[in-house]
Design a protein around this ligand. Structure first.
Ligand code: IPE
Ligand code: IPE
Ligand code: MG
Length: 242
């Protein structure tokens, strides 16, 4: 897969609902519709990996009823989207902790992961009970265990190995989108975002459409990524000894 990796912090479901005089959970229901639309649109727009922040490790602080709704919606999504995801060649995997996900949602998720495993058009990664700091800690623990087992010397614990342990080999995101106006990362992909382009949209997630994704991607494509270097023309200038 050679397309872009786009990560999205899907924010603003609650505010969308409030602005319509509806309860917060209605915003989450509409948010799932946005997920459907964006997953459909992504491959056509040149995206091959899509990482969606669906539930953060800090979202457990929300009322039990809201958390319950969110996992119920996750389960329903996994069941109802199965056929479409398979026919569209979407492979679904989850990142984050699994031991606290309510059993019905966990089973539906695991089944979806198994059944979509051969998809090659789009890799859809759902971040659930996810914390970037916890992921870095987990990866460090895993490497530490390999050191203790004598498989790895501490000097061999390089940035590349840690990256591999954190990401499982998935390329770094090219673009991070956060909807609903907030300009923070809320513990999402901290290690992976080192050189990711950031894009903040005012639109609440339930109102986010294919065109909004296209606009974000056009903005991204007009940017100049330098990764600490300088642009090519300037490099040429140095080459001729100017
Ligand atoms: C994002 O919308 C969905 C989740 C965090 C699960 P919010 O529920 O955070 O919506 P706001 O930020 O309160 O508007
Ligand atoms: C981040 O949004 C988590 C998800 C979108 C799943 P939050 O709404 O939880 O983040 P904060 O509380 O505004 O930082
Ligand atoms: Mg929010």
């Amino acid at each position: 897969m050679t397309g872009l990796h786009v990560a999205i912090i899907m924010d603003g479901n609650g505010r969308w609902a409030r602005s319509q005089g509806k309860p917060r959970w209605r915003g989450h229901v509409e948010g799932v519709e946005s997920v459907r639309r964006i997953v459909r649109a992504a491959p056509d727009l040149g995206v091959s990996v899509l990482t969606l922040y669906a539930f953060s490790a800090d979202n457990w602080k929300r009322p039990r009823m809201e958390v319950g709704r969110l996992f119920w919606l996750l389960k329903r999504y996994c069941v109802s989207e199965r056929n479409e995801l398979i026919s569209r060649g979407v492979r679904v995997t989850a990142i984050g902790r699994r031991d606290r996900i309510p059993t019905p949602a966990l089973h539906a998720l695991q089944q979806l992961e198994r059944e979509t495993a051969s998809g090659t058009k789009l890799h859809l990664r759902l971040a659930i009970d996810y914390s970037a700091r916890a992921e870095v800690a987990r990866a460090t623990r895993e490497l530490g265990q390999r050191v203790r087992a004598g498989e790895l010397a501490p000097e061999q614990m390089t940035e590349e190995l840690l990256t591999q342990a954190v990401t499982g080999g998935v390329p770094m995101p090219d673009l991070l989108i956060r909807t609903a106006g907030e300009r923070r990362l809320s513990d999402f992909l901290l290690w992976e975002l080192a050189y990711t382009e950031l894009y903040f949209a005012q639109t609440h997630w339930p109102d986010f459409r294919r065109d909004d994704l296209a606009t974000a991607l056009a903005d991204f494509r007009a940017r100049e990524r330098r990764f600490g270097g300088i642009v090519e023309e300037e490099e040429r200038e140095w080459a001729v000894g100017a």
